[in-house]
Design a protein around this ligand. Sequence first.
Ligand code: GLN
Length: 456
Amino acid sequence: TEACLSAIDAAGALNAFVHKTPEIAMERAKAADARLKSGDAPAMCGIPVGIKDLFCTKGVESQAASGILEHFKPEYESTVSQNLADAGAVMLGKLNMDEFAMGSSNETSVYGNAVNPWRRGNEDTALTPGGSSGGSASAVAADLCLAATGTDTGGSIRQPAAFTGITGIKPTYGRCSRWGIIAFASSLDQAGPMTKDVRDAAIMLEAMCSHDPKDSTSADIAVPDFEAMLTGDIKGKVIGIPREYRMDGMPDEIEKLWADGTAMLKDAGARIIDISLPHTKYALPAYYVIAPAEASSNLARYDGVRYGHRAKLESGEGIVDMYEKTRAEGFGAEVKRRIMVGTYVLSAGFYDAYYNRARKVRTLIKRDFDEAFEQGVDAILTPTTPSAAFGLGEMADADPVQMYLNDVFTVTVNLAGLPGISVPAGLDSKGLPLGLQLIGRPWEEGDLLNTAYALE
Ligand code: GLN
């Protein structure tokens, strides 16, 4: 813990930790020492971790990297961070992210972006660690903590994991409780671990998940010993390669990465089959209707009354002015864009044309996966992202849709509620890490982790 705290201080330029909690860390580390000595040491006893700023942590700033939650210190602890504390983990502080987890580059954070510790060849250009869990990815990749929590609504664990050469798993929707995690899109949000390797992911995932009556979508399902399932034996497993993920204009390097990963799984004894997920091309538009719709509803609660920032009023201004000014000042541009898009697609005149249609598309996407699994497919292999990490500021003037394209391989998994993992799969010609994604059957994270383990 002490080594991590000094590493965090020395790595301020990465802007990964936005709130440090050294007192809490040292207190928990001492308690962990005592537990280790007593022989009663749970799985993560004494392991220093970072917690994404989206998780409410009791008495510690939890702002979702937003100005509207300025100085917000919750009275309660999220179930996931509580589970980790109960398993002995030591919280070092809160990690940077895109505002309300909306973004793919960490550039929408009120704290300014976190920075990727990797560099492109000999260039000085600072690169994005990805988003929204960019601080988590940067901190794990730079050894500021041994592991971190992330959340994933459309790829926010897997894309930053791929950009920084670490492992990240989004479990099945319902595996981890969402209670105490600041909501973005409630039907898509899931927490998961971001770690150095698959074994750490298995250990940490087991500690994070639980059935929680405080989250009505949390599943009452047994949590297996994921680590014990890492045998590396995948003989006879069927791996599907979805042809619709072979997008036009996909860089050769990504094609090669995918082919190499496929060959590795084949060499390990898996059977590779070509599959079709025909509705893939509608996933991104459906996601960018559903996620903003849910966000616009979830973010309605930030009115300047209950939490965080409240605008100063001029004499004569009333409560409506207070709401409007507070929201205008407190939210960043991307969050405002999503609220406007979400409000529009939910409005009486457009609900059927957009929101309802997107929901139908979501069902079709889920059915594509169901059919693949019915054919006997155990896991699906795809690239995690269409490119390696890009330069900070590089997308600043681009159409926002350019940024959304980053999520093309990851959003389907959230729309279908499935588990997905990104594992590091080598470097591109500039020396930047690339990731491969494996998508598994619902509730079979153990199997998925084991297939990822064979790919590691
Ligand atoms: N990049 C996607 C978005 O901006 C996904 C974010 C996430 O998974 N939280 O919505």
